[in-house]
Ligand binder design. Sequence first.
Ligand code: HEC
Ligand code: HEC
Length: 209
Amino acid sequence: MKKKLANLILIVATFFGAWMVSANPDAVEGAKLFQMCAACHGQSGEGSQNLNTPASAGQSQWYVKQQLNNFRAGIRGSHSEDTYGRQMRPMAAMLKDEQAVINVSNFIATLPLTNPKATLTGDVSAGKAFYGICASCHGAYGEGIAALNAPRLSHQHDWYIVRQIKNFKRGIRGSHAKDFYGNQMRSMALILATDQQIDDVTAYISTLD
Ligand code: HEC
Ligand code: HEC
């Protein structure tokens, strides 16, 4: 009996040990995997308006990982009108396992933040007033709040932010039954009633550092 118990503990410990090791990000593997991403997201993770890709440099590891897993599971990027999410989905599917997701998301988080240039002309002060509510989840500086699953918004392309807000409003993003956090953001996006309000709040976000 004692021996059986000892064996069981050994088995559990071995599995746990393996899990612990595999959850450790491998920086070299992450950098290698990122080469595939760089083709669209840029060598510095700066994103590209021509390729419709967001800046990913410096985005938090937990968020990148979550989105990659959402794409892999079809929770994001499977809506028939999600033109750009549908381009990203097969890329996420190319990551062979959870370890690869952890490696690449960790590498992305280590890239220095970039400074996308503003393309919008919104009313920054009107946008600031709207941003009050956003700040409660995304942080006063748009830095993101991990405990609320709300990502960094600062240092992101303004056209990408506008597109995501519109996608959330239309249910192209965040309406999947399993997209718990996307659902939360969807109800927030619906607060922005007009395109002008979306531009204004985004113009304000572009001023955050
Ligand atoms: C063929 C071009 C292409 C490649 C290659 C690509 N992506 Fe993307 N990715 C996109 C596009 C387009 C979007 C924008 C989707 C949208 O608008 O919803 C995107 C979005 C993302 C997002 C969501 C960002 C956010 O702020 O929510 C993440 C994370 C991401 N990509 C990570 C990666 C990683 C990691 C790789 C490499 C394994 C990669 N991408 C390779 C095109 C690409
Ligand atoms: C109740 C908390 C909450 C509030 C308030 C909130 N958000 Fe969000 N937001 C989230 C969460 C959670 C996500 C991540 C959704 C996901 O996992 O796909 C998100 C995602 C986003 C994204 C997508 C970012 C990306 O990289 O793709 C944008 C853009 C955004 N929010 C803008 C806003 C704006 C603008 C406001 C204010 C009008 C706002 N949010 C208010 C919780 C919130």
